[in-house]
Design a protein around this ligand. Structure first.
Ligand code: DC
Length: 232
C-alpha cells in the first residue's frame, strides 16, 4: 500500500469536496467509501432486502461488483457496467446507506474491498466515516472534519437545490441529525475521530481554507516531502 491520507467526518462537513481537491492537488487517487455503502443500499433495495437482513446482505455483498472509476476530479460508481451515480444521492439512499452500513457483514465486505482498491494506488485520499479508525489505521495522515449542524444542513440544502430538488433546510437538518446519530451510535466502526487525527472545524472556513490547513499540516509533518505538486 502506498501513501494513504484519510478524511473522515459527518455529512455536510465538507469532506467530499476537500478530499477531491486534495487528491487532485497531490495527483492521488480518490476513494469515495460513502458511495460504496450507497451502492450496497441501492442493490439491497433492488433485491427487496430489508436493511437489517444479515444473511441476505452477506450474500448480496459477496456477489456485488462495485467499481469506482476516476472521472476528472471525482469518480463514477458502477454496479457491474451500470453507472449508478445519479441514483445514489437521494434522501432515501442517505438513510438506507446509513442503515446497511451498521451491519457488520457489510462493513467487513466493504473494508476488504477498500483495502484492495488502495493497494492499486501509490497515493490515495480515502474519505468516509471509519477510514482513520478501522480501514487504514496506519495511514500517513488522518483528518477529521466537523462543522456546526446549521452550516452542514445549509451546505446539503444548497446541493439539493442546485440539483433541482425541492427541500427545506429544516427537513435536511432533521434527516442529517438522524443519520449522524445512526452513524455515531452503531457498534461496528462508529463515526468518530481517530485519536491521532487532526480535527478541523470548517464552520467558519471555506473549502480552500480547509485545503490550505491540510496541506500546511502535511508539509509541517514532512509527510509529503519531495512531492513537487504541493510546493507549487
Ligand atoms: O459519505 P456519505 O454520506 O456518502 O455516506 C453514506 C452513508 O454510508 C453514511 O451515512 C454512513 C455510511 N458510511 C460508513 O458507514 N462508512 C464509511 N466509511 C462511509 C460511509
Amino acid at each position: 500500500m502506498g501513501c494513504v491520507i484519510t478524511i473522515d467526518g459527518p455529512a455536510g462537513s465538507g469532506k467530499t469536496s476537500v478530499s477531491r481537491m486534495l487528491a487532485e492537488r497531490l495527483g492521488y487517487a480518490y476513494l469515495d467509501t460513502g458511495a460504496m455503502y450507497r451502492a450496497v443500499a441501492l442493490a439491497a433495495k433492488r433485491g427487496g432486502l430489508d436493511g437489517t437482513d444479515t444473511p441476505g446482505l452477506r450474500d448480496l455483498c459477496a456477489n456485488l461488483d462495485i467499481r469506482l472509476i476516476p472521472d476528472g476530479g471525482t469518480s463514477v460508481i458502477c454496479l457491474g457496467q451500470e453507472d449508478i451515480s445519479p441514483l445514489i444521492r437521494t434522501p432515501e439512499m442517505d438513510m438506507l446507506s446509513s442503515k446497511v452500513s451498521a451491519v457488520r457483514v457489510v462493513r467487513e465486505a466493504m473494508t476488504t474491498l477498500q483495502r484492495k482498491m488502495a493497494d492499486r494506488h501509490e497515493g490515495l485520499v480515502a474519505e468516509g466515516r471509519d477510514m482513520g479508525t478501522v480501514v487504514f489505521p496506519c495511514a500517513e495522515a488522518k483528518f477529521f472534519l466537523t462543522a456546526s449542524m446549521a452550516v452542514r444542513a445549509e451546505r446539503r440544502y444548497r446541493e439539493r437545490v442546485e440539483r433541482g430538488e425541492r427541500s427545506s433546510i429544516t427537513r435536511v437538518a432533521e434527516q442529517m441529525e438522524k443519520r449522524d446519530e445512526q452513524d455515531r451510535s452503531r457498534s461496528a466502526a462508529p463515526l468518530r475521530a481517530a485519536p491521532d487525527a487532526t480535527v478541523i472545524d470548517s464552520t467558519a472556513i471555506d473549502l480552500e481554507g480547509v485545503l490550505g490547513l491540510i496541506l500546511h499540516h502535511l508539509r509541517e509533518g514532512g509527510i509529503l516531502y519531495g512531492f513537487s505538486k504541493i510546493n507549487s
